[in-house]
Design a protein around this ligand. Sequence first.
Ligand code: PMP
Length: 423
Amino acid sequence: GPRADEILAKRKKFLNPAMFLYYKKHAMEGKMQYLYDENGRRYLDAFAGIVTVSVGHCHPTVVDAVVQQTRLLQHTTTIYLHHAIAEYAEALAQRMPGNLKVVYFVNSGSEANDMAMMMARLYTGSFDVIALRNAYHGMSPATMGLTAHSTWKYNVAQGFGVHHVLNPDPYRGPFGADGNLYANDLANLVESATPGRIAGFFHETIQGVGGAVELAPGYLAAAYDIVRKAGGLCIADEVQTGFGRTGSHFWGFQTQGVTPDIVTLAKGIGNGLPLAAVVTTPEIAAVMAQRLHFNTYGGNPMCSAAGHAVLKVLDSEQRQQHCASVGNHLLHRLRALQDKHALIGNVRGRGLMLGVELVTDRQAKTPAKAEAALLMEHLKDLGVLVGKGGLYSNVFRIKPPMCFSMQDADFLVDAMDHVMSKL
Ligand code: PMP
């Protein structure tokens, strides 16, 4: 295949300069939890195309399902009947708790959150929407308003009536791991900065781009109470935390014992095919029927086939349980690494959604941004790809395809130990 420098030159010339790059390497081929460059060198992929390749690169069951469907029929839109979207919607709805039974398929996480915002405003008749600081909900103008990182904010109108409250970050937040104290900030905001009635509240359960920040326990139950008393809908963004990745539960929100009114899904739902969804109750879904609503590609036969195959593989390969056991092993080993290296300020997360936060001073929690960038490059040289995130770009994000094995986990931690020892 073409060399990395040739691709880079074309990319510089023909692609928008906003696209940033982790490595100057050509990712030519993928097989389950591994990527291969143009020289056939193998890399352990601990970031899964940004938490998207859920069951594995080119997983044969998913590839077969998509190829078979693509040979038969690629696309018609929803103006004709097709079995793939109906059967898949049924299978997806069956995985949801409570009355979350109605699906609208779209193509990306941003689109899903856009639609959830619209539903909440239509359903409640209110306009104010609340999200957490350090949240990432998308890059469309409306969802960029929900996203709370300066990195991702353009100076364009992002829809007013969006407020941000303190995110319950047990490591950096002012109230440690006391979810109830953070919820007070939400109650204060509703009281002081809205008409008292709100449209909705968006949250991730583990903030992904924000650096694997798991919301303090008890937060969501308290927050949902406040939101519902103000007439608002609770919207769980499960774009990263869904499909068993947290190990203990199939959906992230279940780790805090709550049931949202709207759930948004993307990334891991389609193993890399452009697929996303908004799942809600029949009552809330009905507000969308005031007008015709249309989405050209949403849930098209190819993507529905992929999504349905992903669900089947998650079950047949018992991926949730696997995420729990490999994730626990990783946490255990990473905490031992933290005892050895002062650079590691915090190890956190659940299942195969983990964060390792690097600091130059444990007391002051000074972000080790330069060190994180350097170590990431060294890890790549050892054949290990991790993600990076957090407000200060100092958090390693470990979110591999869910087939990541115990041996892979050991290889990853040994590589981290090695590069940190040499720093
Ligand atoms: N929500 C979350 C939690 C995400 O991590 C992302 C993507 N990083 C999005 C929404 C937006 O998804 P997309 O890039 O598909 O628009």
